[in-house]
Write a protein that binds this ligand. Structure first.
Ligand SMILES: Nc1nc2c(c(=O)[nH]1)N=C([C@H](O)[C@H](O)COP(=O)(O)OP(=O)(O)OP(=O)(O)O)CN2
Ligand SMILES: [Zn+2]
Length: 152
C-alpha cells in the first residue's frame, strides 16, 4: 500500500547561470509530497490500526528534518559566491547552503536523501520512502524516485 503526505513551505532561491528570469533572486511557495509504501497495520485497538503510517507522523518527521529547515530560508548554492557572501553579512539571516544548484530536481533529490535515512532509522524496513515530489510552482515539479536514488 502506498500513502502520500503533502506539506508546503516558502523559500527564496536563484539559479545563477539560468538564461532567463530564474537567475534573479526570487521565491516560491514550494510543496513537497512524500510517498511511502508499507503494510497496512492490522492490530485492533492501536491508534494506527488500518494505516500504513499515521499521516501526522509522516508530517512530523518531514517537518523536523526538511520543511522547518527550509521554510522562510534562502536556499543558496555554495558556488554562488556573490549571494552566499552577501547573505552571510545579514545578521541572523536564515540561509541554507546547498551542495547543488537549488533546482526543483536537486531539492527533491536532497530531500529524498535526508528523509530516506530518517524514515528508515525510525521505522526500519516496514516503511519505505518511494518518492519525493517537489513542486516549485503549481505547474512545475520534480520527482526523486527510489530506483534512481538508492542502490538496493
Ligand atoms: N527543470 C527545471 N527548470 C526550471 C527550474 C527547475 O528547478 N527545474 N526552475 C526554474 C525557476 O526557478 C522558476 O522559478 C520557475 O520558472 P517558470 O518556468 O517561470 O515557472 P512558472 O510556474 O512561474 O511559470 P509561468 O509560466 O509564469 O506560470 C526555471 N526552470
Ligand atoms: Zn525559482
Amino acid at each position: 500500500m502506498q500513502i502520500t503526505r503533502r506539506l508546503e513551505f516558502d523559500a527564496g532561491h536563484r539559479i545563477p547561470d539560468h538564461k532567463s528570469q530564474c537567475r534573479h533572486l526570487h521565491g516560491h511557495r514550494y510543496a513537497i509530497e512524500i510517498t511511502l509504501t508499507g503494510q497496512v497495520i492490522d492490530v485492533p485497538g492501536r491508534s494506527d490500526n488500518g494505516m500504513v503510517m499515521d499521516f501526522s507522523e509522516v508530517k512530523t518527521l518531514a517537518k523536523t528534518h526538511v520543511v522547518d529547515a527550509w521554510d522562510h530560508a534562502f536556499l543558496v548554492w555554495r558556488e554562488d559566491h556573490a549571494v552566499a557572501t552577501f547573505l552571510a553579512t545579514l545578521p541572523n539571516h536564515k540561509t541554507v547552503i546547498t551542495d547543488t544548484v537549488p533546482t526543483a530536481e536537486n531539492l527533491a533529490r536532497t530531500a529524498f536523501a535526508i528523509l530516506d535515512q530518517i524514515y528508515h532509522s525510525t521505522f526500519g524496513n516496514q516503511i519505505r520512502l518511494e518518492r519525493v515530489r517537489l513542486f516549485e510552482t503549481p505547474n512545475c515539479w520534480a520527482d526523486a524516485l527510489r530506483e534512481e536514488n538508492i542502490e538496493c
